[in-house]
Design a protein around this ligand. Structure first.
Ligand code: ADP
Ligand code: MG
Length: 280
């Protein structure tokens, strides 16, 4: 973590140096929390050691089942998400996409549920490392869906007000989640800020993930996602059957495609499906 924290510190110092003459300088006692506090004892020597240094969290099967995170369990019930994973990996690799936003036309379509299922499906593939960041800062829910106990507020790490290590958890060897316990008052400004971009870039350099998934806000309710998409490689759109209209989906796809690449559309909450292709 030393490298990550040092880089963030350097970035802040550079910003302070670039401050125009006469601009107010924060008093010395007002410094932000030291980002190196937790990891001063020794730099990890390789990528897995860096991952291992993130505090571990083990979701409980009861909460996973209650919140429909079926791919946590693997096996036949996870098969639809495993198929999605395979297509996702193929598409993402073909397009060179690493940062992928999961969004939807409106709220409640299943973005968080889909992101969690995709993340666990990816994590069962041991050679892939995935980081999930909750950027739905008006309705953060990813931590609650997983049952994260620690009072994580990754938004404060994005604002460089806190050590990222205090606001993310590792699940198993190859999945890290940066979650939020409460909404923030300036979501759009924060996720599009230079500060947040610095933190995300440094996280990628430090942890070398194959994918960074963002559990993002809906497209049609604010400009948060469209603004953030500029900094990402692609988006996955989750539409809910009997909830999202064709028109809403069309507008969402067009908006996303105007700034990024649509990796695919997931039709969620489908009550009527054919079983013709079910192997199990
Ligand atoms: N495939 C599904 N079938 C039934 N309910 C679902 C499905 N996917 C999600 N849900 C439920 O719909 C609600 C909204 O899902 P959520 O993932 O929180 O949506 P979003 O993040 O898009 O707001 C939750 O109660 C969730 O458990
Ligand atoms: Mg959500």
């Amino acid at each position: 973590m030393e490298r990550l924290q040092e880089a963030l510190k350097r970035a802040r110092e550079m910003r302070e140096d670039a401050r125009p003459p006469g601009a107010s300088v924060p008093p010395p006692g007002d410094a932000r929390p030291p980002l190196t506090a937790k990891t001063a004892q020794g730099a990890p020597t390789d990528v897995q050691a860096r991952w291992d240094s993130v505090e571990e969290f083990s979701p409980t099967p009861r909460i996973m089942r209650k919140n429909r995170v079926v791919s946590f369990f693997g096996g036949p019930e996870a098969s639809s998400f495993d198929i999605m994973r395979t297509k996702f990996v193929q598409q993402a690799k073909a397009k060179g996409a690493k940062r992928i936003v999961v969004t939807s036309p409106g709220p409640g379509c299943g973005k968080t549920t889909t992101t969690a299922n995709l993340a666990f499906s990816l994590a069962r593939q041991g050679d892939l490392r995935t980081i999930v960041v909750d950027i739905d800062l008006r309705r953060p829910n990813f931590g609650a869906v997983l049952g994260v106990q620690r009072a994580q507020q990754f938004s404060s790490a994005l604002a460089q007000d806190a050590d990222p290590m205090d606001h993310m958890s590792r699940i198993g060897a190859n999945l890290i989640v940066g979650t939020n316990a409460v909404p923030v008052s300036n979501p759009s400004e924060l996720i599009q800020s230079h500060s947040a971009q610095e933190v995300l870039a440094e996280l990628e350099r430090h942890f070398e993930p194959d994918f960074v998934l963002f559990d993002a806000p809906p497209v049609l309710t604010s400009d948060d996602t469209i603004g953030f998409l500029e900094h990402c490689d692609a988006a996955l759109i989750v539409a809910a059957a009997e909830q999202s209209s064709i028109e809403e989906l069309d507008v969402t796809e067009a908006e996303v495609a105007s700034v990024s690449t649509v990796l695919g559309v997931v039709l969620n909450k489908c009550r009527y499906t054919t079983t013709n292709y079910d192997y199990y």
